[in-house]
Design a protein around this ligand. Structure first.
Ligand code: ADP
Ligand code: MG
Length: 324
């Protein structure tokens, strides 16, 4: 398979047959660069993430899941900023052209690309150890982007979905075990919370996607906003598979596990009643886990009122500072 064949295949498998909409390219794959029309009343949000074999995913991960996840983690960044995905670029480094591998990879990526309306607009193809870099671009109504720095004293801290399942699956797979299908899907096929991100426009005062664990990522909001927070981690919903674990292990996975790709955001306390409608519309649980305060510290308690101390992760006195 030539490089040209490979690019053509990716193009055919990944891009929607009809294309179109706001994300149509003026010039797409096949020229030296893509040309994109930006609607006048929109701003562009751009994000890049790389997945390296053996570092960001297990070498045993199937190609279809990998295709899905590489795109999903980038779209999750767009979701957290309230953007509508439009285009993405794929820089692919492959050890050897493997037709079957590429077909499944493109199938996984294409499924998510079509369901989210994002178009593959270009990329680069090289040979070497397996690595996937995606740059995704989204559109947001001018001035409406969600950022990390707007949390204010008194705001509520809200989390979408269930946390900890992806980290639990990774822990089991690494130990040679077999996670249940739900946890495995959380790890290998995360669904970026795009609809939720759009709904949070004009409501959330700050937002982040949870990729490195709830405490680390909430810590980024606190730092950027120069505030503190008090949260009760036992308010987080517990999945069936985490429900059977000892409390300490479950809490550790839910607060520090990472790879969740849920959204953590803050809203003014006066607008709490709006969460129900959004949760229903987006078909995902939204849980208030605590409140922003002016202390500059992050304090986590459990249902019994005791302070929760996570293991490792170099988390510095819950002050929102990562020391690793
Ligand atoms: P150049 O040598 O000018 O950089 P390339 O031969 O690398 O061009 O790429 C030719 C076209 O194919 C470009 O439009 C580029 O964006 C696209 N392309 C290359 N690799 C990929 C890929 N992995 N995924 C999508 N498009 C790709
Ligand atoms: Mg060129």
């Amino acid at each position: 398979m030539s490089e040209f064949d490979l690019i053509r295949r990716l193009h055919e498998r990944i891009n929607a047959v009809s294309g179109g909409g706001a994300s149509a390219c003026v010039v797409g794959i096949g020229d030296d660069g893509a040309v994109l029309d930006i609607p006048q009343d929109r701003q562009v949000v751009v994000t890049t993430d790389t997945l390296v074999g053996g570092v960001h995913f297990l070498k045993t991960t199937d190609a279809q899941s990998l295709g899905h996840k590489a795109l999903a983690v980038n779209l999750s960044d767009l979701a957290s900023m309230g953007a509508q995905p439009a285009w993405f670029f794929l820089a692919l480094t492959l050890p050897a052209p493997d037709f079957a591998w590429l077909e499944s990879f493109a199938q996984g990526m294409g499924g998510l690309a079509r369901s989210t309306g994002v178009v593959l607009a270009g990329g680069d193809t090289t040979s070497g150890p397996l690595s996937i870099t995606i740059t995704a671009m989204g559109l947001v109504e001018s001035g409406m982007v969600l950022t990390r720095d707007g949390a204010r004293d008194g705001d509520l801290v809200v989390v979408s979905g269930q946390l900890g399942d992806a980290a639990h699956a990774l822990e089991l797979l690494t130990a040679g075990g077999n996670p249940d299908p739900e946890s495995r899907a959380a790890l290998e096929r995360p669904e970026p919370r795009l609809q939720l991100g759009r709904q949070l426009q004009g409501l959330a005062t700050s937002c982040i996607d949870i990729s490195d664990g709830l405490l680390a990522d909430l810590g980024h909001i606190l730092e950027a906003s120069a505030v503190g927070a008090a949260i009760d981690i036992d308010l987080l919903p517990v999945s069936a598979s985490l429900g059977g674990l000892p409390g300490a292990q479950r809490r550790q996975l839910q607060t520090c596990g990472g790879d969740d790709y849920e959204l953590c955001f803050t809203i003014p306390a006066s607008r709490r009643q709006e969460l129900d409608r959004i949760a229903e519309k987006c078909a995902c649980p939204l849980t208030v886990i605590g409140k922003i305060n002016a202390s500059g510290e992050l304090v986590c308690t459990m249902a019994d009122g005791q302070v929760f101390m996570p293991q490792g992760h170099g988390y510095d006195h819950f002050s929102g500072n990562i020391t690793q």
